[in-house]
Design a protein around this ligand. Structure first.
Ligand SMILES: *Cc1c(COP(=O)(O)O)cnc(C)c1O
Length: 430
């Protein structure tokens, strides 16, 4: 039983009592030409800009202007160890130990670098298991790894599919696949939160299952980082990767994150691609030493990183730290629960939520399937200043983000959806 109520007043009241309400003002919310704020529901695609990001980035621009190369040591936040300023707060956000986390490269690049170490095919065990509706980049990355090792990129991919007529994935089916083909599967690579359905998987359960059958297990947490409690360390996963421009609000194309479980931190037998940034910090600049690998996730770095992007990540992570991840999840569950409550009023024969109903099996996103819908529905919402995401054939994805979306946003979104749908029914009858 929910305590949610209908009507705008309820939404306004919730916003008034919201412990995180001051954070909305700390973001730039885009506006239409009349100056009315958009109802921005696509933080799962590109998070909004925190106002303090400019201050953080400007600090580095200023130090670069005034110090040039000396900024590596003399900047207010020296660039040489700059990535270390992110590690602890990023580790908190994904539920890992600092030694397990590094911010580097971009998401798909990190996925490849992780597969260099954790996809180790043999003649008999070479397949990669992914979810059938994996994000295209993940699918392409996995297929290219198969080809790179001389395997067939169709035959080598094992799909974990929903059952006929269903949208969500079922753990019993995964168990069955592993029972039948487990000894042929080298790697299980799943999107921690599926980008399409919003299903948040039980990472620990999948990892245990995979390990029981001798497979390595990794997750793409692009839709999980900053959105759900990933508890990566406790999951036991071998690796995870994610981006920081979705729920972590660090700007278009910003750097990715990478997790390597502590038990691999000191392994020298794992193959990896290396660069000078994977080399021991103490002797890196002697430039002539034999390669001496750094322990932990840091040892997977290659290059000296882009400080301007890292400054934006730092601005965002400082905010996450201040809020506290538990508080964020608490509001997120309430806000998305309210969204679900309102959507259900529209009647399940026109509109269906394909995202799991249990708050522990989803983040803030709801994927809504609208009967007989096409993209005009989405376009109508966009005209009304409601920014959502359309996925063919008939799904609208909306992600009310607890840091900057309000109960009023959610109320107005559903109000418009309802209005657009009833108008549509009107024209159908004419
Ligand atoms: C957003 C997203 C990507 C995008 O990859 P980039 O390398 O950052 O362009 C890849 N995989 C998943 C699951 C995503 O959600």
């Amino acid at each position: 039983m929910s305590d949610y109520k209908l009507g705008l007043n309820y939404a306004l009241e919730q916003d008034q009592n919201d412990a995180l309400k001051t954070y909305r003002e700390q973001f730039h919310i885009p506006k239409d030409k009349q100056g009315k704020s958009w109802i921005y529901m696509t933080g799962n695609s590109l998070g909004l800009q925190p106002k303090q990001t400019a201050t953080y980035v400007n600090q580095e621009l200023k130090d670069w202007a005034n110090l040039g190369v000396e900024g590596h040591f003399e900047a207010k936040n020296p660039w040489l160890p700059y990535h270390e300023f992110l590690t602890e707060s990023m580790a908190k956000v994904v539920g890992a130990k600092p030694i397990e986390v590094i911010v580097m490269n971009t998401l798909t690049a990190n996925l490849h670098f992780m597969m260099v170490s954790f996809y180790k095919p043999t003649k008999t065990r070479y397949k990669i298991l992914i979810e059938s509706d994996a994000f295209p980049s993940d699918k392409y990355a996995v297929e290219s790894q198969l080809r790179h090792h001389g395997f067939d990129d169709k035959e080598g991919v094992v799909l974990w599919k929903p059952r006929q007529g269903e949208d969500l994935l079922n753990y019993e089916d995964l168990e069955q696949i592993l029972k039948e083909q487990g000894d042929e599967i080298a790697l299980i690579m799943i999107g921690g939160v599926n980008y399409y359905t919003g299903q948040f998987f039980d990472l620990k359960r999948i990892t245990n299952l995979g390990h029981k059958h001798g497979c390595n297990v990794g997750f793409d947490c692009a839709h999980g980082a900053g959105n759900v409690a990933l508890n990566l360390h406790d999951s036991g996963a071998d690796f995870a990767v994610w981006c920081t421009y979705k729920y972590l609000n660090s700007g278009p194309g910003s750097l990715g994150g990478c997790f390597v479980h502590e038990r691999h931190a000191h392994r020298k037998d794992l193959n990896r691609f290396t660069g000078w940034w994977s080399h021991n910090k103490q002797t890196r600049f002697r430039m002539r030493d034999e390669f001496d690998q750094m322990p932990g996730a840091e040892g997977w770095q290659l290059s000296n990183p882009p400080i301007l992007s890292m400054a934006a990540i730092r601005a965002s992570l400082d905010m996450f730290n201040e809020v506290g991840f538990e508080n964020l999840i608490k509001k997120s569950k309430k806000l998305t629960g309210y969204f679900e409550f309102l959507i259900k009023q529209l009647g399940e024969d026109t509109i269906k939520i394909i995202t799991p109903t249990s708050p522990n099996e989803r983040g803030c996103q709801l994927s809504i399937q609208v009967k007989n819908a096409d993209k005009t529905l989405h376009n109508k919402l966009t005209e009304a200043g409601i920014i959502s995401d359309w996925r063919e054939p008939d799904v609208i994805r909306c992600a009310p983000v607890p840091l900057y979306n309000s109960f009023e946003d959610v109320y107005r979104l559903v109000e418009h959806l309802s209005l657009t749908l009833s108008k549509r029914e009107g024209t159908e009858k004419e």
